[in-house]
Design a protein around this ligand. Structure first.
Ligand code: ADQ
Length: 498
């Protein structure tokens, strides 16, 4: 352990916010995609803490050095946990993404309960624990993130860590009916009870967790009502709360107004010939409901001829987890559907759906948000969904309409401004698309103003502070920012090094 020093915030997640990749004799360092990175990056920036996680490559001798040279200006240190290809295959693609991810999103039939996966999950968790204990001191606050490393707290306790540890689950927690199908259900629950605070995105996920604790561990006692409840189990007390994650509202709102984004948005509108833009932005993932969304669009085009020639749907899909066969199948399914729908409805000078399969730059992404008249965010299940919030923050003219799945965690906060839909109800989604298209300007503005207020008030800094308050009775301001170059974050993340 490090000697006591100033209190630091230590984030631990499966992946670091950047990924290293080998390009010939050089290493490139690029920003990792995904919700956790988008949320935590601005929080840690310049606070002198640590972020511990996998750097995107296996067995790299000099990883720490390379990472730190490439991310010099960000004001916190990246600590790599190096994993072999086999470990990644079994622990990350296997246990995390072929078992926990589908099960926790209610898709038990997609799970592959391979016992070897569990063994790898436990081994990797112990590896994380060994790195963490080397790097942290008694003054630090350790905050572990997400489903890939749920048992790290237990492994840290086993090797002597006694200081408070918080854990936040970014994805849903399933109800007892589903959770009890997991062969390692008790081990996961007991692992989570090694933390001092366990946080979920919504009340529903928190309730599910408590229901599973009661159902699987009859000797447990749960106390309290309201935001934070307490579980007493063996000799431990664990706080359980819900903390809906937010975004860096100001960064999105002002970014959306920048000259670069404006220029990009103008050329986008020109290319779309000022047609109504219906936007979908999702990671390639079956939980995001992309095929359902496309089928709903097909029904909308069939049922509402006034949409023909007048709307263009742009569906952006960010490549993700291609090593897992289901993701490759999903990609094929999406591409086939886009082809079919376009084949059915396109006319000279108009194609209803444009499909983009790549990661966008920040400017491109913000320009899409800014230009979109309607955002279609229709996951089948989602811990929160940041795309919905980012869209509202960037929608500076206040005329956009958010069509949002009632199964996204974000629906709990945004239900008063968004058009809520059941993503499985294709006709219902088609109706919502048409309703959004026809919506009067005044209603659009009123709804969007409500959405933006909500996203602004419940931003990512408030999320962190409320978690820290519940965990250690401190706020984000207790981890003060140092005066560093705040623009360094974006630039250095894309730097290449020899
Ligand atoms: P994710 O499943 O990754 O996150 P989401 O919340 O939608 O999902 O975040 C995706 C992030 O990727 C957004 O910040 C978005 O801007 C970015 N992104 C999307 N498309 C992109 C593109 N083409 N190019 C570049 N960036 C792109 C998990 C959970 C969610 C939860 C978050 C945070 O599954 O439910 O909201 O963590 O807790």
């Amino acid at each position: 352990m490090k000697p006591p020093s100033e209190k630091r915030l230590i984030i631990v997640s499966n992946r670091l916010p950047v990924s290293l990749a080998r390009e010939g004799k050089r290493w490139s360092v690029t920003s990792s995609s995904g919700g956790l990175v988008a949320a935590m990056g601005p929080v840690l920036q310049n606070r002198g803490g640590l972020w511990i996680g996998w750097p995107g490559v296996s067995q790299l001798k000099d990883a720490r050095n390379i990472l730190n040279r490439a991310t010099q200006g960000i004001g916190y240190t990246l600590v790599p946990v190096t994993l072999s290809q086999e470990e990644m295959k079994q622990y990350y693609y296997g246990f995390s993404n072929e078992i926990i991810w589908p099960l926790f999103h209610g898709l038990h039939s997609l799970c592959n309960y391979d016992p070897a996966y569990w063994k790898a999950y436990r081994r990797v968790s112990q590896k994380f624990a060994r790195v963490i204990i080397e790097e942290t001191g008694p003054e630090d606050y350790l905050w572990v993130h997400d489903y890939q490393i749920m048992n790290v707290g237990e492994d840290l306790r086993a090797i002597g860590m006694t200081t408070p540890i918080g854990f936040f689950l970014h994805i849903p927690f399933p109800g007892l009916d589903l959770f009890q199908k997991l062969p390692w259900r008790r081990e996961i629950l007991k692992g989570l009870l090694a933390y001092d605070l366990v946080g979920f995105q919504t009340v529903r996920h928190k309730r599910n967790f408590i229901q599973c604790l009661r159902g699987m561990l009859p000797e447990i006692k749960i106390f309290g009502k309201g935001n934070i409840q307490v579980a007493r189990f063996e000799d431990r007390e664990v706080r359980i709360g819900h903390f809906p994650i937010g975004i860096d509202y100001n960064a999105y709102a002002s970014g959306g107004q920048s000259q670069e984004v404006e220029a990009e948005a103008n050329s986008l509108s020109f290319a779309l010939r000022n047609r109504t833009l219906i936007l979908g932005v999702d990671r390639l993932d079956y939980t995001k409901g992309i095929p359902y969304k496309l089928n709903a669009m097909r029904i909308a085009l069939r049922r509402f001829p006034d949409l023909l020639h007048k709307v263009t749907m742009v569906q952006v899909v960010v490549p993700s987890r291609q090593e897992i066969p289901q993701y490759e199948l999903l990609k094929n399914e999406i591409e086939q559907l886009v082809g079919e729908i376009n084949g059915q409805f396109a006319q000279p000078g108009w194609v209803p759906i444009q499909y983009i399969y790549r990661s966008l730059t920040r400017i491109e992404l913000l320009a899409f948000y800014r230009t979109a008249d309607i955002a279609l965010v229709t996951p089948l299940d989602d811990g929160m969904n940041l795309v919905a919030k980012e869209y509202c923050a960037v929608n500076g003219d206040g005329k956009g309409v958010l069509v949002l799945s009632e199964f996204a965690g974000a629906a709990r906060q945004l239900h008063r401004g968004a058009l809520l839909v059941n993503p499985y109800d294709l006709e219902g989604v088609a109706d919502a698309i048409h309703q959004a298209y026809k919506m009067a300007p005044q209603e659009r503005t009123e709804r969007m103003a409500r959405l933006r207020r909500n996203v602004q008030q419940q931003d990512v800094f408030r999320w962190v502070s409320s978690f820290l308050q519940a965990g250690i009775e401190q706020n984000l301001a207790d981890f003060p920012q140092q005066a560093l170059d705040s623009d360094a974050f974006d630039e250095t993340f894309w730097a290449e090094i020899d």
